[in-house]
Design a protein around this ligand. Sequence first.
Ligand code: MRU
Length: 340
Amino acid sequence: MIKELFSLKTVCLNEAEDAVVILDQTLLPEKEEYVLLTAEQEIWDAIYKLKVRGAPAIGIAAAYGLYICSRRIVANSFDPFYLEFCRIKTYLSGARPTAVNLMAALNRMDKKVLLNKEKSIDEIKLILLQEAYAIRDEDARACRQIGENCLSFFKPGMGILTHCNAGHLAVSEYGTALAPIYLGQERGYNFKVFADETRPLLQGARLTAYELQRAGVDVTLICDNMVASVMQKGWIQAVVVGCDRIAANGDVANKIGTLGVAVLAHYYGIPFYVLGPTSTIDKHCPDGNSIVIEERDPEEVTTMWYGRRMAPENIKVYNPAFDITPRKLITATITEKGIY
Ligand code: MRU
């Protein structure tokens, strides 16, 4: 069953069609539909509208996107090629501000171009292709290792709560927060997982509940305001969440609502684990206060996933997509390289 789930590819490259192919996550769980993205505006839009989402998946999509757009640049020498390359890179990097993986992946591609500026334009394009694949493959290896590192904390039968979606759909493969759950599932741990619905965009309900159920994991969906209650009942022995940016001091930006879960876990003495690849660490960002929090369309709160509008017209709405969990609420941050 896990194999079947992993046969869904969140983001990949179709070299023959010169396209980034994504599983459109806004259509899940009803429809599994792949979309081909070729124009730079389509790639930007897919990232902005969360058709492809989750910090590592955004980075991979942007790297593939930058490659296919660069492949189309017509230039005989390095300078005009690089000018156009930088324009596309800047454009794609503006799609979402909080997940550092987006900028990190694009910067990696940029570095490769500069390192190889003496080579021909065709050779540089090939190097960009290899780098985009390397970003994807490194993420897949990192996710599996994050899962192994975290599983060392877990015992069979535990109740585990997660927020948003940091699973297979958010990365190349396995996920970050969900990686230990999949590894445990393969080894007969029989975890009981609780997925917060994650208002307003419902990544927990639409995506986490969907992928865990598809993998045969025992998963129960709860509304965000039920977290305290299930913790009070003693059903949760650990919390696992992903991350969009880890500041140098250990503060973490993740999906809005993560901070509330961390505060509750602290109150109930439940370990709170943040799982993410080292590519999510931003050593240039001193602390959580320096992280730019994306603010999104009010319509996501008032109407989007409801059948009809659920708030008065012209109501003032505050819709931050992420919040900051201070390091003192985090029991451990788990990367592919170790446990901090
Ligand atoms: O707005 P989203 O759905 O992209 O937010 C996703 C999250 O907050 C995830 O927890 C994070 O990106 C880690 S994904 C492995």
